[in-house]
Design a protein around this ligand. Structure first.
Ligand code: FMN
Length: 211
């Protein structure tokens, strides 16, 4: 059985929309669009979890060792790293969900990635970004970083632009964006079939099951 346990919110801002966006994507993936969902059996064998970086409270990288030389959680100095390591090691694939800050990867996401190495290596990864212009610069940087730690990054990325200045303003303040994975007219409705297709067809079916 191949399990895809997934999903990572890359923002720990005090006010943030990341969790709302994550839930929208989670619901979209779970509902899947039939034409985009690949192997239906695979859907029933796939567990999808949400990993919120905020729950791990990782300090700025504070390990004395180099993660690519560490092969078990016991090799790390700190309990927070061991907890993070065990958690990430138990997953088979990841969706990296991220906004961007000043055209780049949010520092806490980069920090969380840098803590580990073998826990990520070789696993499939899909990148979804959001922002004023879709968060494309952040997505490109995440792709480079994931390549450096040997993840199999899905070529097709999903970049979601806030559809109006009003939503940009709400996002800054962490207000409710009104995202609804069941709505055909709500914000980012046009991305739903793409999200489901990239997740089920490319990441789960092609990368996770066939390799
Ligand atoms: C310090 C900072 C820098 C930002 N830089 C960008 C940027 O370069 N491009 C962009 O589209 N949005 C930028 N934003 C807006 C964020 O993408 C937006 O606030 C989004 O809601 C952040 O995601 P979060 O709410 O999940 O933290 C920036 C926000 C902050 C706080």
């Amino acid at each position: 059985m191949s399990e895809a346990k997934i999903f990572k919110v890359g923002s720990t801002r005090v006010v943030r929309v990341g969790p709302q966006v994550a839930n929208f994507i989670l619901d979209t993936i779970k509902a899947g669009h039939l034409e985009a969902s690949g192997d239906e059996k695979m859907k029933t064998r796939t567990t999808i979890d949400l990993i919120d970086l905020k729950d791990y409270n990782l300090p700025i990288f504070d390990e004395s060792g180099i993660p690519n030389r560490i092969h078990s959680p016991e090799g790390y100095d700190h309990e927070h790293t061991r907890v993070w390591s065990r958690h990430i090691a138990s997953y088979d694939a990841f969706v990296f969900l991220s906004a961007q800050r000043n055209w780049g990867i949010p520092a806490e996401l980069k920090n969380a990635i840098d803590y580990l190495f073998h826990e990520w290596k070789g696993k499939p990864a899909m990148i979804i970004s959001y922002g004023g212009h879709g968060g494309t610069q952040s997505a490109a940087q995440i792709k480079t970083v994931l390549g450096a730690i040997g993840m199999q990054v899905v070529e097709k990325m999903v970049n979601m632009s806030f559809p109006s200045p009003e939503l940009v303003g709400k996002a800054f303040k962490g207000e409710v964006l009104g995202l609804d994975a069941k709505s055909d007219t709500g914000p980012w409705a046009e991305h739903r079939s793409e999200i489901a297709a990239v997740f089920w067809n490319h990441m789960v079916t092609e990368m996770l099951v066939e390799n």
